[in-house]
Design a protein around this ligand. Structure first.
Ligand code: LLP
Length: 473
């Protein structure tokens, strides 16, 4: 496969679709096609590369398992989404939960991103990485008093409020600090995002937000609380959504309410949340712009599709529009490198046992998440069915079941693709496995952006009870 680095070697322009939104029009022809490739991973001379850097060399240098990210992919994804919404006043607030490594936050802060945070820890990270608090929106159903106080003192742009009890708490904390808290109410539009039940959030049965029917009342209450400033309205319908229509439906369902709240409370922003889905199943092929033009990819969403669907609804609102993408920006930009330890054949199956495990990447175990697996050395051999599993003592510790892959042997290296979002951040020390290193390729540079945890670091916070020490054990 030819190298499909999202770089200036693909100078052609996008096919000439037009994106209309209200009275303004953007011709997609003006968008350079370097933005078409979803990632910078491809085979060059039979070896998998990231931005032209051989991943075998990365594996040899930093060991496996290891996460590797492409800076160019993240930048391109950000710029492409940003550009698609250029005609309206907007801010792309990266959802930090998807990948919170300081180097990624620094890179996105440099691109001009805001941040969608869900904890004091995430705000701390953003500030450490040089991000600005006044470009952060603070979401989440369970903000503690301490978290609210910290975010208020740092001056976050907005708290996205999920309940009346939270409105009261934020008002109280702000009062005690003699500050005014900017708030937006998260309104649940009750739309079906058609995604996995664990990551669908916009239905009325989910724990998130306030129902459309109660929103006016809740805003009226917010208006009576003296230490609040009503700054906006927020929604988020779910994650890994592969069609534009649910986003447009949510925007349409909320447009009248947003207009009413704007008239009554003078809001300045509307956040439509995150949730743009990425390609998992053909992750490598989708790095090729040609792939997007071939076959039936109707259930694949591009930033331009997304913009074409939502801009006609959002532009007339005359507000600053916030987007909160996480997975879209970083998902396809990361891989998990792993080395085959053993191949175990039973009468019914072949198990390829690798050195990464469910504690390193939990998506397959938790959501039946499907990640494409490719060998670092391209193989012409016919594929055979196998289970790719980790060493953890659970049957749920698998990356693929009955997957057709080229035969693999001890010492062979593989890459699990599309692991840049909700990969490292959801990892744990389960089975006392140290946390993995993270590597950022920013061609021609290769940066170690998190070192592999040592066994000593893994136990560093643990304290033996003093009674045990006294007893001289
Ligand atoms: N905004 C809010 C309020 C959210 O709850 C989320 C994600 C986002 C934005 C970003 O969504 P994204 O653009 O990344 O889809 N661990 C799961 C995904 C959980 C998503 C939680 N909320 C996974 O691995 O699929």
């Amino acid at each position: 496969m030819k190298r499909l680095c999202a770089g200036p070697e693909n100078p052609e322009s996008l096919s000439g679709c037009e994106i209309g939104y209200g009275r303004a029009r953007l011709t997609a022809r003006s968008v350079p096609s370097i933005f078409e490739a979803v990632h910078s991973f491809s085979y060059i001379g039979g070896a998998l590369h990231c931005e032209g850097v051989d991943l075998e060399e990365v594996a040899a240098r930093f060991g496996t398992p290891a996460y590797v990210y492409s800076a160019a992919t993240i930048r391109n994804n950000f710029r492409r989404l940003d550009l698609a919404h250029k005609p309206i006043d907007h801010l792309v607030c990266y959802a930090v939960k998807a990948n919170s490594n300081l180097a990624i936050l620094d890179l996105l802060a440099g691109e001009g991103a805001g941040f969608d945070i869900v904890s004091a820890g995430e705000l701390f990270r953003v500030l450490k990485a040089g991000g600005r608090a006044d470009r952060c929106t603070f979401a989440g159903v369970g903000k503690t008093v301490d978290e609210i106080a910290y975010a208020l003192k740092e001056g976050v742009y907005c708290f996205n409020v999920e309940s009346e009890a939270e409105l009261e708490r934020i008002n109280d904390v702000a009062g005690s600090l003699r500050l005014i808290a900017p708030v937006a109410v998260r309104v649940n539009p009750d739309v079906d995002a058609r995604t996995h039940k664990f990551i669908s959030t916009g239905k009325s049965k989910n724990k998130f937000g306030i129902g459309l029917d109660r929103a006016v009342e809740v805003y009226a209450k917010a208006g009576t609380l003296p230490h609040l400033k009503i700054r906006g309205l927020q929604t988020h319908i779910g994650s890994q959504i592969l069609e534009a229509e649910p986003f447009a439906e949510a925007a349409r369902k909320l447009a009248a309410l947003v207009t009413e709240i704007k008239a009554r409370h003078g809001i300045e922003c509307f956040s439509i949340g995150g949730g743009i889905g990425i390609v998992y199943d053909a992750a490598l092929a989708s790095g090729d712009p040609e792939w997007w033009k071939s076959g039936d990819h109707s259930c694949r969403i591009t930033p331009e599709d997304y913009a074409a669907a939502v801009l006609p609804v959002l532009a007339p609102l005359g507000l600053r529009i916030l987007f909160e993408p996480g997975r879209f920006l970083v998902g396809n930009a990361g891989v998990l490198l792993s080395t085959v330890q053993y191949v175990k054949k039973t009468p019914s199956k072949t198990f390829t046992i690798v050195d990464a495990a469910m504690n390193d990447l939990i998506r397959p175990a938790l959501y039946d998440g499907w990640h494409e697996i490719v060998p670092l050395k391209e193989s012409a051999e016919p594929s055979v069915p196998m289970d790719v599993v980790g060493p953890v003592c659970e049957s749920g510790d698998f990356f693929a079941q009955d997957r057709e892959l080229p035969p693999l042997a001890t010492g062979d290296r593989i890459a699990l693709l599309s692991a840049g979002a909700y990969g490292f951040v959801m990892s744990s020390n389960y089975n006392s496995r140290p946390l993995l290193p993270e590597v950022l390729v920013d061609s021609p540079d290769v940066h170690l952006v998190r070192k592999r945890q040592s066994p000593e670091e893994m136990i560093a916070g643990e304290i033996l009870p003093s009674t045990r020490r006294k007893a001289g054990k």
